[in-house]
Every structure is written in structure tokens, then in C-alpha cells.
Write a protein that binds this ligand. Sequence first.
Ligand code: AMP
Length: 216
Amino acid sequence: MTTFIVLLGPPGVGKGTQAEILARSTNLAHISSGDLFRENLKNQTDLGKLAKSYMDKGELVPDDVTIKMIRDRLKRDDCKSGAILDGFPRTPAQADALEKTLAEFSGQVDKVPYITAAEDILIERTGGRFTCRASGHIYHETFNPPVKVGVCDIDGSELYQRDDDKKETVTKRIRVYLEQTMPLVEYYRTRGKLVEINGDQAVEQVTQKLLAALKT
Ligand code: AMP
């Protein structure tokens, strides 16, 4: 038995924060495509350099390289019982590739919580967001502040603001999301996997709704 959860929703809605919490409480691996790209960027790999040119513009990294990266990640041992996927898939081609990859080890996407919020809220949230340099833990100066300003509660590393969390890039990322990722809402709804969750609530309330949705 495996459990694969795809978290769907626009940039800034809290997917990353919720994915971390869910992964901890379910003991499933947390796979964030954005974190994997940022890790490659930090290590100056060819993939990282390629991804940077798209990330800086708020555009999607091409499907072929993104799919390969996630396939490799899903084959690792910590995904044997499943994973929480955060930021992948983002296009119908990626969703098809995910279905095929999971079928190779008799798995499937089990549930797709779709977290929503209005655009002005997304811009406000990404604007105040800080990410930990060591492992990508996420904070918000108002909604989810660290105990000590500028320092990650979990591993003590420095918190920084992502370049692509600047307002112009966020607006572009939201547009890209509406054009390229929104079709996935129907994709998963028609397969009976979509569960809508209101993301305009406190972090703990969203977590409660998510945990309840995963049990149904
Ligand atoms: P995120 O951390 O999920 O907001 O992702 C940051 C950036 O990484 C995105 O704006 C894209 O440039 C790139 N990215 C992350 N996930 C994907 C994906 N599934 N497909 C294509 N590009 C992605």
C-alpha cells in the first residue's frame, strides 16, 4: 500500500508549509520540485543553472527536465510508502508522467487537496515569506514567524527572501499558474481525487482540514 498526495494551489497559498507539516505527521516523504531546483542551484549543477533562467522570470522549467528530476527522486527509498508532492505536477504533461511513473511501482495519486485563496492574499503572503537556507523551511513575518527573527526554528540556519518572491515575479508566477497549472484542477476533479480547501485561514486550521480530507 502506498499513499501519494499531490498538493495543488497557487504560489503563496501555503502549499510548502502544509506539505512540511503533513509529511511530518504522516511519515511520508516531502517532495518539493522548487526545493529540488533550489538545491541544484546551490550546488551549481547544470540542471540548477538551466532552472535558474526560468525561475528568475517566474516561468516553468521545461517539462522534460522537471519530469526526469522527479522520477529520479521518486525512485529513492524514502518514497517506498508514498510521498507528499508539493509543486509537482504543474502541467497536464507532468500529471500524465506522474501517473505513469507511479504505475511502474503499483502506486497512484490518491488525493489532491486543492488549496485556494484570492490573488491579493497570495501577493501579501509571498511578500512576507522567508525561507531557510539549509533545508527550505518556510516562515512568514506575520502569519508564521520564527521564534528568533532571521533564524530557522528547526535547524538554526539563516532565513532569506527568495528572489522570485518579489512582487513583479510573484504576479508573473500567478499568471503562469492560471494558464498552465489550473487545467490540473479539472484533470484531478474528473478522476474523483480533488478536495477543495480554503487556504485563507490560520496555518493550523488548514492543516486540520487537510488531515480530515486525507482520511476520507
Ligand atoms: P516553487 O518553490 O514551487 O514556487 O517553485 C519555484 C520555481 O521553480 C517555479 O516558479 C518554477 O520556475 C520552478 N518549478 C518548480 N516546480 C516546477 C514544476 N513542477 N514544473 C516546472 N517548473 C517548476
